[in-house]
Write a protein that binds this ligand. Sequence first.
Ligand code: GLN
Ligand code: ZN
Length: 745
Amino acid sequence: MKVFAYGLPRLGEKRQYKTLLERFWSGKISEHDLVKGLEEVEKERLSTYMAYADVFPSGELSRYDPMLDLTVGLGLIPARFRPYQDQGLRSYFDMARGASALEMTKWFNTNYHYLVPEWEDEPLSANPAFFVEQYKLAQALGAQNAWPSLIGPYTFLALSKKDGLPLSPDAMEALAEKLLPAYKVLLAALRQAGAPGLILHEPAFVLDEVPVPLVGYLYQELKAFPLYLLTYYEAVDFYPRLVELPVKGIALDLVAGKANWQAIRQYGFPDDKVLIAGLIDGRQVWRANLREKAAQVEELSRYAREIWLTTSAPLSFLPLTKAPETHIPKPVWERLSFAKEKLMELRTLAQALEGNPQAQAEVAASEALWQGEPLGIHPPTRARLQALTEADFQREVPYAERIKLQQQKLNLPPLPTTTIGSFPQTEDLRTLRKAYREGRVPEAEYQARIREKIAEVIRYQEELGLDVLVHGEFERSDMVEFFAERLEGFAITTQGWVLSYGSRVYRAPIIYGDVWRPAPMTVEEIAYAQSLTKKPVKGMLTGPVTILNWSYAPPHLSREEAAYQIALAIQDEVKDLEAAGIQVIQIDEPAFREGAPLKKKDWPAYFRWAVRAFRLASRAKPETQIHSHMCYSEFESILRYIWEMDFDVVSIEASRSKGTLVEEFRRFPQWDRQIGLGVYDIHSPAVPSVEHIAQVIEAARRVLPDALLWVNPDCGLKTRRWEEVTPALRHMVQAATAARMRVSP
Ligand code: GLN
Ligand code: ZN
């Protein structure tokens, strides 16, 4: 039985990928050194593949993003980047991260971001160089079973845009005529180079409403090539048609895609194709019970003649290996499986199925691992969860009454001004935190320096004339990790980096047990900030849905249960902040929308518990004003769920979807909550003018009553420089003050 593996992270054991790219961008190394360095990373990756897998991809070591590789390979270069060819990697990076770079957006339901291809009217001119070179490199490095891998034509169309909009089915059909000839050039060149099989990623097959006739047409056109299709992240809704496509093999997600199982049982699997069975979870960090997996292979072999084993999804968004994480308690560590360990599991499973006694012993051990009591059980938390009633998900007093109590206490002007929480995290602060973490700066000194920063930022906001202040979040490196470090039930890795986009990485915490809060997490800093001013200071928390969505999920709890446990911990913090005299508490939920399942039919179930988790976390006294903040998302079609969260005020990033959002409010007249539609885009270093901000405020006033509107930037200011923040906020306060004159009381 063959093992097929794909998506091994490109970061490298020592994050060399990141270092190389960043050194090239800052001019420290030449293009030649960059390419040579990346070859070394590829060598490392291929040797890992060779140790465990029979077939695996070449060409995965993108220079920035695989969507961009295909875009460039097809020659889909928007006019503003031309002439492209003469400038090699510099033009490539121009498209990725230059001043007029391609739009970046989230890759399916992961935390990775890809570059969105833009269609223009020019003809395409394909250039297979990158893919062919990478294939040849793999061959030269002895990886004979590395096959070229590309994003598939349908996924490419489904994720690309024309005139700033996703393609309609008709537009896709029309553009297929341009795409196909260029696509064939790439595939033909790879065949010419000697590749026995070609791997095409088609994750867009699992989305809703796939135009199946178009898919059929695309693959009919490509039937001369020996294609192996990969689908993942969910089940494919058009299974009977899928398995009829003229290809050699098809990968199915048999972990997240439960419906794929039913389809196989109902329709079988054709004899002339390889079933690439995605049995080992490629999205989570837990070792599999291989006994269960072996039984699943046996069931599949009743339907499919040839089976290859693989992961349910590419390994790209798992940390590379758990080997360096020896500080994690042994029972947790033993149960972990990152990308490399997933490859070992695949190999063990294949060997066990072939009768290898040592592998069979490992299968038995993996089963034993998951028998007995789950890790990190905390009976008091379980009891609290058990005892929850409907009342725990409701605030005692409805919004219309709460708002009066809050206004009496806060006494805010119309169009109040505030910020989203963080202020610039400057180099000195990062150096300080690093020194503190490494034990070179004592606790007391670190705390004192943070307090100085807080005192400065309070004075600064008072001088600017903002109405609701924040403490600046200087003590936090990351809005999820900060809480994960202070909650029980979480393990934190030291090297578990994962790519978010380009060279940007993050480390997701791992939830392994019941989550609970041993002690207050934020009260000291917030109470200190409040003690320095008469203006209200917002308590700043990360919401349960975001903490869950940006962590690896626990093995023993449903996402709903885990969300409620985290919510209870946040609720404890809310109560302590109230007791410390804090009147406004913001609970950030930037990942609220992105946690939604890929298929719309699963949305109601997700949003039901996500909304309830937020409500549980935010069950404050009526006079406490609860804020939330959301960003990085399209809010269309979820306004209703946002409203059901029952906060008092929300700030949302609306710079990208302003026009449509306004339309949404028209279609949802029940909206009665206060809202700050970000008045300028903090992701850009440009300082917005007073007039620009005034226009945004006026646009909002045309849609929503004055009494509901707040004035704030669209996200936290952490990544900006003080020189940008100061004039921007000054302009914002000026524009708000001027607009107040026009507001009827
Ligand atoms: N309060 C956080 C901050 O200001 C919110 C960050 C976010 O929305 N991503 O940084
Ligand atoms: Zn934000």
